[in-house]
Design a protein around this ligand. Structure first.
Ligand code: HEC
Length: 187
């Protein structure tokens, strides 16, 4: 009888372990912090440049030359076990190309958007090898369409082509999944 109860408690304990959420809340919180750092850094710059010149031409010049540097600058402020970046299913800069895990998570977001079950607050946490990844979806808003939409000013289009001859990141409508910000945490 004693044995049986021991076995039962081991079983209960291991089930409890398995039932533990695959997304530790601490990692999620930490990742969201890094995502906000990058999101804010890029957004405030974009805003300033769009305000300075409503055509968007100055902003596109700025983004084309500075987005990677801003991302690198934010990463310098993170602990050595962490990283933050942007990616998308259709990228403008090939340096932002997605890997298999990124693609899987983004396709799942797109499926939810299509089914009408998407929640913009749906932060996904997945484990890829040793590393946790925290994903924040980015939807195309009106302001994004100047540079990612279907009717892009020819001057902006020319600048895009100059810096990104292989650009795929146009043709979006409001509410489409434009991409994600991903925090990677290895600890
Ligand atoms: C002024 C033009 C402009 C506007 C407006 C703009 N973007 Fe971009 N976007 C760019 C450029 C240029 C890049 C490539 C940056 C680089 O070299 O990393 C880019 C890259 C991205 C990427 C990284 C993946 C990739 O395609 O390389 C995401 C995600 C993204 N933009 C989302 C958005 C969202 C969301 C908005 C609206 C809130 C937005 N963008 C508004 C010009 C713009």
């Amino acid at each position: 009888m004693k044995h049986l109860s021991l076995i039962t408690s081991i079983l209960v304990a291991s089930t409890a372990l398995m039932a533990q959420p695959a997304e530790p809340t601490e990692i999620k919180k930490e990742g969201i912090g890094y995502i906000k750092m990058l999101g804010k850094a890029l957004k405030s710059e974009l805003k300033q440049h769009l305000q300075a010149d409503k055509t968007g031409l100055e902003a596109i010049n700025f983004c084309s030359t500075k987005a990677q540097a801003i991302t690198a600058e934010v990463n310098k402020q993170l602990p050595s076990y962490a990283k933050v970046r942007r990616t998308a299913l259709k990228v403008r800069n090939l340096a932002n190309s997605p890997d298999e895990t990124d693609v899987k998570v983004m396709k799942a977001y797109e499926a939810k958007i299509e089914q009408g079950t998407f929640d913009p607050k749906d932060i996904e946490v997945v484990k890829a090898g040793e590393t946790y990844r925290v994903y924040k979806p980015l939807l195309a808003q009106k302001v994004c369409l100047k540079c990612h939409g279907t009717q892009i000013d020819p001057k902006i289009q020319a600048t895009i082509k100059k810096y990104y001859p292989k650009d795929q990141a146009t043709g979006f409508k409001e509410g489409d999944l434009r991409g994600v910000i991903v925090a990677e945490i290895k600890k």
